[in-house]
Design a protein around this ligand. Structure first.
Ligand SMILES: [Zn+2]
Ligand SMILES: [Zn+2]
Length: 235
């Protein structure tokens, strides 16, 4: 299975990542990716950019030196209402709004499987949200079947995050469980590297192993072609 686009990438704007947009473009060309998605952390993450970073993304061309550039954010779920720390204003026009649970000050913190799931279901109903990032994090136990059903009902993709097995220890089994449930419910995933430096771009080795282990086919993986990505974004 060949992945055409990496749509979970952090630039130096996230405050704890180490490459620029230009460096990611150069790397994408080098390794033969067709597209990248810039999804810096929203403002609650320590070091994260101001909302103006996201509203000003309209300045970024949709294509740079032959690489399609999708504009996005990795927003934080911040409270029991499932709200995220990103909202559209007159100037924002993002393609990708990922929602994620992060154990950092100011964000929603673990309250057990039942409440965590209720909160996520509220987030998934937010019409802005179109990807649920790294839901396999064992720091936030959640009910897999209900979460995938709600994601499917709302057109939200489940991310299989290539960084989870090492940056969120203990994630792997849960990631496989999510992938299997996506197959069972005939829904879709998106693979993301969660790159924090350009050398991580397009390296999907662990995520592809999880996809294979769960028996997901190419039709279940949205970022295998730009046509599929654009069709999903129009939902
Ligand atoms: Zn994250
Ligand atoms: Zn990320």
């Amino acid at each position: 299975m060949k992945i055409a686009a990496d749509l979970h990438i952090h630039t130096i704007s996230s405050g704890h990542a180490y490459s620029t947009l230009e460096e990611y473009i150069a790397q994408a060309k080098k390794i033969g990716l067709k597209a990248i998605g810039i999804t810096d952390h929203a403002s609650t993450m320590p070091g994260g950019p101001h909302q103006y970073h996201f509203s000003n993304m309209r300045m970024i061309p949709k294509e740079i030196r032959g690489i399609r550039v999708y504009r996005g954010v990795e927003a934080n779920i911040i409270n029991n209402g499932g709200e995220i720390d990103y909202a559209e204003d007159d100037f924002t026009d993002l393609d990708i709004v990922m929602a994620a649970l992060h154990p950092v000050p100011g964000c929603y913190s673990n309250q057990g499987k039942k409440i965590n799931t209720e909160v996520l279901l509220k987030t998934l109903a937010n019409p802005l949200v179109n990807v649920l990032a790294h839901p396999g994090n064992p720091k936030y136990p959640i009910k897999v079947e209900e979460t995938v059903a709600a994601a499917k009902a709302n057109g939200v993709l489940i991310e299989i995050n290539n960084s989870s097995p090492f940056s969120r220890a203990g994630s792997r089994d849960k990631c496989v469980e999510f992938a299997k449930e996506v197959k069972r419910q005939d829904w879709q995933v998106i693979l993301g590297t969660d790159s924090h430096i350009s050398t991580m771009l397009g390296v999907f080795e662990d995520a592809l192993k999880i996809v294979k282990e769960a028996g997901l086919a190419e039709k279940h993986v949205v970022n295998t072609s730009l046509a599929k990505i654009d069709k999903w974004l129009k939902r």
